[in-house]
Design a protein around this ligand. Structure first.
Ligand code: ADP
Length: 731
């Protein structure tokens, strides 16, 4: 019972009971027994949706009650604000929550006044690098989804961050939340933590495989779900769930497949909607269509109107949350999602259908089966406590052998053990430089000593591998002038300090420095291409026909590239150069006011991808500007980089930069204002109001806000009349 839990702030246990937590779930009770509210470290390895978050909250609240500060580390930025909103329910108990979302290069001192701070592991890592003082006063650190230490790209940051936080704050309580993984005990050993391991779930889960006309469950029972002639098994399963009054979550392996499947399933769900649901969904669809002016937005709205939706990382954040809310409200009957949805977001469903269990993998060179852990996470979304009698997770097979394989691989199998990926080169060079730059280690031995506190060391034991990787990485860093080695000492150079604070992969910094060194007046495309070829930017893939098209463009614009263009005979390098060019061209289009819709179509990407590239370019160009300034490069070059950055940031041509810098203006309105003769911020302060209102298509509130932001003394639009036709289509 929550009222028996020791150490919580006054009133919290009662509040828990009032909000429906009348009893602790067994893993939560085990965590309390293990001392989680007494400051004891803990690894909780329990299934999805079994109340891990409350375990973390109990730890954080008791830590705050003892006068401390807690940090909650999330794997995705989208989850940071979601968790903050969740923890804000403790505001009534004098617990302040802050979320750290600022730029990498700041220490966000204001966070020191918060009791609980939520941040991504990347952000925490950068706070440590920038010497944020409040990091020294942490008493409780929560690592959400700690099994992601296994992720080749992001795992090492989480791992190193935890090692650093533990070194800065000896004795800090670490609460690591994990999916059920095989070697949770190793993670617990690494963190000197107690282990709570459980398979308990708040609602029963039945898993099985659909083949032919029936689902066969793990207990041997069968349920008939016949598939009609010309019908797809997924549609039959979704219809079957609808008959039972439930909703389905369908996992597929690509964004395109998610969209196509949602379109088809909409025809299945449409017939099951009540008039009230139809009306509610029409409102949601309108909201979705107004988020952005793209085909994706329209497609999503059209499916939602009929009761189905797709969900993937190419969607805008507002799209995703509208879909999730409508699904939780039981208005949407089916979501087709890529596996990103399985990580974190709370969208339980009566039935989970794992349609695709293989996915294209570039490094693997073909279709690769998903990890058991990943599929189990998807399974975990099945069953809504209090609403469904049980949850069902179903895989699809189209022959008997596949059915056997799916049982072996996913139904009976335990998830894979998690393993450190710290020894990978990009991770090592980034983290070793940061460790030296922030003074954590000043010698090779010091580095080895620090690394001894990582999961990597805990898993590899006394092998010689670590020393070898450290030596080759130090060679790389010294050769590129990021560190100096004298005698036994290793120190960061000024350049090395800057790179570490900017949160760049040293290899990106080396590429940028190299490209800018001899540049005098680079063009925006030249700047975009330079940052697009660094390892910190995910490049667009070349599709069929792209190679020819971009080879041609490469020769046309050869004079603009910074650095040597590889020859066509350097096959791999040239291919990478072209991919970077495709990405750079997308950015150039954006900065030339090409419509977002045209861009998504031309490059075969979603609106969320455009946003992602723009954000990454803005960050990398900001870093390039800093590097160029620090290295005393040609001032014209610094100005050119800054301008390229601003153009990508606002998505406008040069002449609109001043206007687009005013809040609430944006690229489209800036163009219309400019065309009406309002060409600058100063014009906004002086020009005739009816002219401005006309350019803003009669939107008084928008106009007032813009004028206020431009610093106009009297922004009021009362009694101002519009002398231009109002186009109601405008957004
Ligand atoms: P996890 O983080 O393990 O995936 P969550 O923490 O999101 O799971 O919990 C899933 C749901 O269960 C949440 O809606 C939460 O409010 C609810 N919940 C957690 N603990 C309890 C409890 N002891 N009693 C009732 N509901 C609970």
């Amino acid at each position: 019972n929550p009222t028996d839990v020791p150490g919580l702030p006054t009133g919290v246990p009662e509040h828990l009971v009032e909000s429906g937590i009348e009893e602790l779930y067994p893993p939560q009770a085990d965590a309390v027994d293990a001392g989680v509210t007494d400051g004891e470290s803990l690894v909780a390895s329990v299934p999805t949706a079994s109340g891990k978050t409350l375990i973390a909250e109990l730890a954080m609240l008791s830590s705050v009650e003892r006068g401390g500060t807690a940090l909650y580390v999330v794997p995705l930025r989208a989850l940071a604000s979601e968790k903050k909103a969740e923890f804000e329910r403790w505001a009534d108990f004098d617990v302040d929550v802050g979320v750290s979302t600022g730029n990498y290069e700041s220490s966000e001192e204001w966070l020191s006044s918060r009791d609980i701070v939520v941040a991504t592991s990347e952000k925490v890592d950068s706070l440590v690098r920038n010497g944020a003082p409040w990091i020294d006063d942490l008493t409780c650190v929560v690592a959400d989804e700690v099994h992601l230490v296994d992720d080749p790209n992001r795992g090492p940051t989480l791992e190193v961050t935890l090692a650093k936080l533990r070194r800065i704050n000896p004795g800090v309580q670490v609460v690591a939340l994990s999916a059920t993984v095989d070697n949770a005990d190793e993670v617990a050993d690494w963190l000197d933590a107690a282990l709570v391991r459980s398979d308990w779930r708040p609602i029963d889960l039945r898993t099985g495989v659909h083949y032919g006309d029936a689902i066969t469950f793990d207990d041997g029972e069968q349920r008939e779900v016949p598939v009609g002639a010309g019908e797809r098994p997924t549609a039959a399963l979704v219809a079957d769930t609808l008959d039972e009054g439930g909703s389905s979550l369908v996992f597929v392996n690509s964004r395109r497949n998610a969209e196509a499947a949602a379109r088809r399933l909409a025809d299945v769900t449409e017939g099951a909607l009540t008039p009230e649901e139809r009306a509610a969904l029409a409102d949601v669809a309108d909201d979705i269509a107004s988020v952005s002016d793209t085909e994706t937005s329209d497609d999503l709205a059209a499916a939602v109107r009929k009761g189905a939706a797709f969900h993937h990382a190419g969607l805008a954040a507002d799209h995703r949350s509208l879909v999730e809310d409508a699904f939780r409200d039981r208005e949407l009957k089916a979501i087709c999602a890529t596996p990103t949805l399985a990580a974190g977001v709370n969208t339980p469903s009566r039935r989970v259908i794992v349609r695709d269990w293989r996915r294209y993998d570039g490094e693997f060179g073909g279709m690769k089966p998903l990890d058991t852990l990943e599929v189990h996470q998807m399974f975990g979304r099945a069953g809504r406590p209090g609403l469904d009698p049980y949850g069902e997770a179903v895989l699809l097979a189209n022959d008997h052998d596949t059915m056997d394989e799916l049982f072996e691989r996913y139904v009976w199998a335990d998830p894979e053990p998690v393993g450190s990926k710290l020894a990978r080169e990009p991770a090592m060079r980034t983290h070793l430089l940061a460790t030296v730059a922030s003074g954590f280690a000043r010698t090779r031995e010091g580095l080895l000593d620090f690394l001894a506190g990582t999961l990597y060391a805990a898993q590899t034991g006394e092998g010689g591998r670590l020393a070898g990787v450290v030596d080759s990485t130090l060679d790389y860093l010294a050769a590129n002038d990021f560190v100096d080695r004298e005698g036994g000492e290793v120190t960061a150079t000024n350049l090395g300090h800057t790179v570490s604070r900017l949160y760049l992969d040293p290899m990106s910094a080396a590429e940028i420095v190299d490209g800018l060194r001899d540049a005098d007046d680079p063009t925006p495309l030249g700047c975009y291409h330079l940052v697009c070829r660094t390892p910190d930017m995910y490049e667009l893939y070349l599709k069929s026909g792209d190679r020819e098209a971009y080879t041609e463009l490469c020769y046309e614009r050869e004079g603009e590239f910074l650095g040597r263009v590889p020859s066509e005979f350097e096959d791999v390098r040239f291919e990478e150069w072209l991919s970077a060019l495709k990405t750079a061209k997308l950015l150039e289009d954006w900065a030339s006011e090409v419509d977002e819709d045209r861009i998504t179509e031309r490059y075969g990407v979603g609106p969320g991808d455009v946003r992602g590239k723009v954000d990454a370019a803005e960050w990398l160009l900001g870093a390039a500007e800093r590097l160029a300034t620090d290295l005393d490069l040609d001032p014209d070059c610094v100005v050119a980089v800054r301008e390229a950055k601003k153009r990508v940031q606002y998505g406008v041509r040069e002449e609109l930069l001043d206007l687009a810098g005013v809040r609430n203006v944006g690229r489209k309105r800036a163009r219309r204002l400019y065309e009406a003769g309002v060409e600058s911020r100063a014009d906004l302060r002086e020009a005739d109001k009816s002219l401005i209102l006309g350019a803003l298509r009669g939107r008084e509130r928008t106009a007032e806000r813009i004028l206020e932001n431009a610093g106009r003394r009297d922004p009021s639009m009362d009694a101002v009349s519009v002398d231009v036709d109002v186009d109601v289509e405008d957004g």
